[in-house]
Design a protein around this ligand. Structure first.
Ligand code: NIG
Ligand code: FE
Length: 411
C-alpha cells in the first residue's frame, strides 16, 4: 500500500527518525538537475531519509544532521529497480520448453496452457508460497516495486484468486484473463471473450489496478487487434487502466491500439513499423514502450531496436516479464546488461529505463528517482559505479538497502 509519509523539501535538520545514508562512491539520483549527466550522479553523494521518504540529497560534506547513520562502504546507490511487468502467479515447470527452444523450437504461446493446468491444480497456499519465493528473489536482487499479472487461471475463480494473491504482495496488479483463450473454450473464442469482458472482469476488477491483453495475431492462442480492443474497452469501462502485450512475435496492431486507447504501456515492441514508432513518439507523454529483453534471450529471438526508439524520442522502460514460458528470471541487472549488450542502450539509458522509465509506465510519481519527496527506495550496487551493472553480468551485486531505523553499523 502506498506510504503517505510526507517530508519537507530539502529540509536540513529534519526532526526525529532521520537516517543519513553515507559512504557511497556514487549516488545516482536520476534527476539531471541534481548531479552529473543524464542520471544526475553525485560522486560521494548522501541521502537523508525521513518517514520512508527522501528528505535531502547532496554531497556528504553538506549533509544535515540526522539521528542515525548508515554507511554503505564505498558502494553505489541507485533508485530501487521498478519491474513493471511480471507474471508471478503460476504453478508447474516448463524448463523443457526452454531447452527445446535452445535446440531450435519456436515460441508461439502454446505452452501457456501447461501453466494454466498446473495453476488450476494448485491450492491457494501453494500459489501464495510460490509467489512469495519469487517476490523474495526480486527484492534480493534490488527490485523495490513490481507489477504482477494474472493470466494462468482463465476461469472466473482462478483469475480472481490469482489477483487476490498478487494483491497480498503489490498494489500494481493486472487482470490478464485475455492471455490466451482458455483451453475448454478453444473452439468458441467469442464465448471466452464474453466471459473475460463479463463475469470474469466483474470478479477481477476489485483486485486489479490494470487490465492487459496478449494482442498477438501471430499466435493462434492469443488475440487479434479487434478482440484486444474489446477487452481493453471493457476493462476501461470497469475502471481499470490499460497495458498491452504487443508486437512480440511479429508485426501487429498492438502498438497502434495501445496508443489509440491511451494505454500506460505497450510491452515487448520487438517488431515495429515506422508508423508504430511515429505513434509512440506522438504518445510519449502517456504511453511507454516497455522492452523485455529477457524474453528475446530465452526464446532466442531478435532483440527490439531500443536505439531506434530512444533516438526517435519514444519513452522507454525495461522490465523482466518474469514468467514460466518466455523468461524465468526477474533479475533487473540482467535486463540492464542485455539492454546494453544487445539493444544498443548506454548503461545510463538502461538504468534510467529500469527505474524512472518503468515508474512512468506504472504512472507512479513517487518512485523511480531519488530526490526529496520520493519514496526512499534505494538499491545498493556492490561496486564503485553503476557501470558495473552491465560490466559484471550475472554477478549478484545488487540488493535493496535495508534502512533498519536505529541501526548505526555499516552496511
Ligand atoms: O509476456 N506473451 C505472453 N505472455 C508471456 C509469456 C507467457 C508464457 O509463455 O507463459 C510473455 O512473454
Ligand atoms: Fe508478459
Amino acid at each position: 500500500m502506498m506510504d503517505d509519509g510526507r517530508v519537507g523539501d530539502g529540509a536540513p535538520g529534519v526532526g526525529g527518525g532521520t537516517v543519513l545514508i553515507a559512504g557511497a562512491s556514487e549516488l545516482v539520483t536520476g534527476d539531471p538537475q541534481r548531479g552529473a549527466g543524464s542520471l544526475g550522479i553525485i560522486d560521494g553523494g548522501a541521502i537523508v531519509v525521513e518517514h520512508g521518504r527522501v528528505a535531502w540529497v547532496g554531497p556528504l560534506a553538506d549533509a544535515p544532521q540526522a539521528d542515525t547513520r548508515v554507511d554503505v562502504g564505498g558502494r553505489t546507490l541507485v533508485p530501487g529497480f521498478v519491474d513493471s511487468h511480471s507474471h508471478l502467479v503460476f504453478a508447474g515447470d516448463r524448463a523443457h520448453e526452454f531447452t527445446a527452444r535452445m535446440q531450435g523450437e519456436a515460441y508461439d504461446g502454446g505452452g501457456i496452457g501447461v501453466s494454466v493446468a498446473a495453476t488450476r491444480e494448485a491450492s491457494d497456499d501453494e500459489l501464495r508460497s510460490l509467489v512469495a519465493v519469487r517476490v523474495a528473489e526480486m527484492r534480493e536482487s534490488g527490485t523495490t516495486t513490481f507489477e504482477i499479472k494474472s493470466g494462468y487461471g482463465l476461469t472466473v475463480e482462478d483469475e480472481a484468486r490469482s489477483l487476490r494473491i498478487a494483491r497480498e504482495f503489490t498494489d500494481e496488479t493486472t487482470f490478464l484473463g485475455a492471455h490466451v483463450v482458455a483451453p475448454e473454450l478453444r473452439e468458441s473464442r467469442e464465448a471466452y471473450l464474453d466471459l473475460v469482458t463479463g463475469p470474469m472482469l466483474r470478479a477481477c476488477a476489485p483486485h486489479a489496478r490494470w487490465i492487459d491483453v496478449f494482442c498477438e495475431p501471430n499466435s493462434p492462442h492469443a488475440f487479434t487487434g479487434d478482440e484486444s480492443r474489446r477487452v481493453l474497452e471493457a476493462g476501461r469501462d470497469a475502471g481499470l487502466e490499460l497495458r498491452v502485450h504487443g508486437n512480440q512475435l511479429g508485426p501487429g496492431p498492438g502498438v497502434q491500439l495501445a496508443v489509440d486507447l491511451g494505454a500506460a504501456s505497450v510491452d515487448h515492441c520487438t517488431y515495429l513499423s515506422d508508423a508504430d514508432v511515429d505513434a509512440l513518439v506522438g504518445a510519449s507523454d502517456r504511453t511507454v514502450a516497455t522492452l523485455l529483453p529477457g524474453v528475446e534471450f530465452s526464446t532466442r529471438s531478435p532483440y527490439p531496436d531500443a536505439r531506434r526508439l530512444i533516438d526517435a524520442g519514444v519513452s522507454v522502460a525495461l522490465a523482466s516479464d518474469c514468467n514460466p514460458g518466455t523468461c524465468f528470471t526477474s533479475s533487473m541487472s540482467f535486463m540492464i546488461a542485455l539492454a546494453v549488450r544487445e539493444m544498443g542502450m548506454t548503461v545510463a539509458e538502461a538504468l534510467s529505463a529500469a527505474t524512472a522509465g518503468s515508474a512512468k509506465s506504472l504512472r507512479r510519481n513517487d518512485i523511480g528517482t531519488l530526490v526529496p519527496g520520493m519514496r526512499a527506495d534505494v538499491t545498493v550496487i556492490d561496486a564503485p559505479s553503476h557501470d558495473h551493472l552491465a560490466y559484471r553480468p550475472g554477478m549478484a551485486l545488487t540488493r535493496v538497502l535495508d534502512l533498519g531505523i536505529g541501526r548505526h553499523s555499516s552496511e
